[in-house]
Design a protein around this ligand. Sequence first.
Ligand SMILES: Nc1ncnc2c1ncn2[C@@H]1O[C@H](COP(=O)(O)OP(=O)(O)OP(=O)(O)O)[C@@H](O)[C@H]1O
Length: 289
Amino acid sequence: MDSILLLWQNLTSITVSDIIDIAVVSFLIYQVVKLVRETSSARIIRGVIVLIVAMWISNILQLTMVNYLFQTVLTWGILVIAIVFQPELRRVLERVGKSKLSSLMLRNDTIPVEEKAVLEIVHACSEMSWSRTGALIIFERKESLEDVIRTGTIVNADVKDELVRNIFYEGAPLHDGAMIIRGGRVHAAGCVLPLSPNPNLAKELGTRHRAAVGMSENADSVSLVVSEETGSISIAIDGQLQRHLVPEQLDEILRTELLVKEELEQQHEEMTVLAKIMDKIQGFGGKKR
Ligand SMILES: Nc1ncnc2c1ncn2[C@@H]1O[C@H](COP(=O)(O)OP(=O)(O)OP(=O)(O)O)[C@@H](O)[C@H]1O
């Protein structure tokens, strides 16, 4: 309450000269940002080094006023550089937030949630294959499956072998339709998928397999099927169905598609951001004033 009152008092005490003050400072910052953008990166770095050395010397010589001046220029300089490289810095910080190091610091268990999900699903599928329980599981990747999710029921639970088997247990309310795994969690179940029109699919395959292939034709997701009739495990990616997989093969394919490829894509994105920053720095260096 006090702070609101204080803010109100401050706002009502703003004068015309304050507004001119803010406008002049904003204009100056804008001009400095423009200048930095047009100056070569080598010159910026040299300038910063010269400033730091001068500040250090002025401190030793006890030149209070000069030291204060250098400090102010350096502080503003850092602010200006942060503004100039704002898009690149934001992307790099976002990456740091998602990095393994930060996840290690935040969680005690070191296995990422996506890897745990793969382990649990492989276990559940080998059990369901043995017990001839029909299952249809879709792993969402980059492309959103929101339209399909809307046709089912939101579950939002950790992926557990027992939960997966429970959902597909014949007679359970959500056993019909597909389960959607999003971000290593059971996001939804009982979802209706698009059926593939592919005339070359084996005649003995029914709608569960056709739906798995159909989903993989419509998005970059990975479809996993356990046949109720034969217990056979299949995977559909990009419209291609791989059939009669043993649990070890299923584990290997899921790891490659969902863990290794994701990791590689993340590394590729990081390299692209880095290359863009280097390009920008080189662009500054190449420009003539
Ligand atoms: N469009 C769809 N979206 C999601 N699930 C579907 C869809 N069509 C069928 N299914 C699921 O597949 C089941 C029917 O499987 P069906 O026997 O026709 O297929 P199948 O490919 O022969 O599979 P199985 O080998 O398990 O018998 C439905 O009960 C439902 O759970």
